[in-house]
Write a protein of this length. Structure first.
Length: 140
């Protein structure tokens, strides 16, 4: 990433890997709209018996269409969101929240009061988040 151009003074990004302040502000405003649209589509998809692989495809497709309607260049909003999540993960790495999440997952897995079926989805989600945090670059 081009850290020097991350918050460029002008509204046009300097390179494909840098973002203007206006773009960051726009993604903060537009992402809840796209996520709400995707969630609505997922509810409809689940109502007809969809699976998790299909959910991911539906979510990505609906978000891409909504970002396009909101004026984003193809793939740019998704790229920026992924970048911001990577930054969040890098900030969380080695933090108390990171350690606590791992500790919670270990104890939740051992909780015999909750059925294996009921625990599987949250544990899978926590495990995926921990893997993303662990793979994120170290911030110096």
């Amino acid at each position: 990433m081009d850290w020097d151009g991350l918050f460029a003074d002008n509204d046009t990004p300097q390179t494909p890997s840098s973002f203007s302040t206006a773009e960051v502000e726009k993604i903060i405003n537009d992402s809840p709209i796209a996520l709400a649209d995707a969630e609505e589509a997922l509810e409809e998809y689940r109502a007809i018996g969809g699976n998790r692989n299909g959910e991911a495809a539906v979510s990505r497709g609906v978000q891409a269409n909504m970002f396009s309607r909101l004026g984003w260049e193809h793939g740019r909003a998704d790229f920026l969101i992924r970048y911001l999540f990577m930054l969040r993960n890098s900030i969380l790495k080695y933090s108390d929240q990171h350690r606590t999440l791992g500790y919670f997952m270990e104890h939740y897995q051992q909780n015999s009061a909750v059925s294996v079926e009921l625990k599987s989805w949250p544990i899978d989600q926590i495990d995926q988040l921990l893997k993303q945090i662990n793979k994120s670059p170290d911030l110096e």
